[in-house]
Design a protein around this ligand. Structure first.
Ligand code: C5P
Length: 251
């Protein structure tokens, strides 16, 4: 698997910031905005599980066949291009950035994410990416608990199920998914929450030492401001970086 490099904004000092939380908690948008604001790449680890799922579906694999899934993940037929404002995903040379967000992939990803072999392969890749990039905002379900327990800063985002469903519903509509319903999205989220929390390998947990942010009544800007405040308090970013809020290039 290839990984795009950090781009011209990268500095030499290392800093790993993890953002975990359930679907619809706002972590993906928060991670993207925070990374853009700090001019460092972000890693969408959900995209890694999604692209392996898409590959498995395309190959017609049995989603319960652990050794076939492991072989697929090790073969890594996908690439991630991690930038401060976007992650582009390709599968066997084809851009699948949008396709991995389809309901078909949504519904099957938790099964792939429950595979211990796939998780081990992807966590190793995440650590490898962090080693190469140095400064990184990474988001998922297990980033602060399993992949980077020694991260410089860990955030855990939550929100009510209703609010999360509402956000996801609007995102899906904006992506052109016309036949989604709010009730359907709510049901999908509830099932994903249960599968993610109940699986035996790396269940969704609040990582030890994480800063918890309930985003139910917060705008994305308010969430990012809170994160910036915590990073500044911990001495991980300078006053200048913390104040870089209104730069038009990174709004
Ligand atoms: O974050 P996103 O909704 O794209 O993640 C898709 C699915 O991938 C999640 O529902 C979860 O099953 C799985 N996942 C995971 N661990 C991660 C990231 C995602 O298990 N670090």
């Amino acid at each position: 698997m290839a990984v795009g490099d950090a781009g011209s904004g990268a500095r030499t000092a290392k800093m790993i910031v993890t953002i975990d939380g359930p679907a619809g908690s706002g972590k993906s948008t928060a991670a993207r905005k925070l990374a853009a604001r700090l001019h460092i790449p972000y890693l969408d680890t959900g995209a890694m599980y999604r692209v392996v799922t898409l590959a498995a579906l395309e190959d017609g694999l049995d989603l319960g066949d652990e050794s076939a899934l492991y072989a697929l993940a090790v073969g890594a037929p996908f690439e991630l291009d991690c930038r401060p404002t976007h992650v582009r995903v390709t599968l066997r040379g084809q851009d699948v950035t949008e396709e991995i967000r389809s309901m078909r992939v949504n519904d099957s990803t938790p099964y792939i994410a429950a595979s211990p072999g796939v998780r081990q392969v992807l966590v190793d890749k995440q650590r490898d990416i962090a080693r190469r990039l140095g400064r990184l905002v990474t988001e998922g379900r297990d980033q602060g608990s399993v992949a980077f327990p020694e991260a410089d800063m860990k955030f855990f985002l939550t929100a009510s199920l209703e609010k999360r469903a509402e956000r996801r519903y609007h995102e899906l509509l904006a992506e052109g998914n016309e036949d989604v319903t709010l009730a359907g999205v709510l049901d999908n989220l509830r099932r994903r929450d249960l599968t993610d929390a109940a699986r035996s390998v790396a269940p969704l947990v609040e990582p030890a030492g994480a800063v918890r942010i309930d985003t139910t009544h917060l705008s994305i800007q308010q969430v990012v401001e809170q994160m910036i405040g915590h990073l500044r308090c911990a001495g991980l970013i300078s006053a200048a970086e913390a104040a870089d809020a209104s730069s038009p290039a990174h709004a």
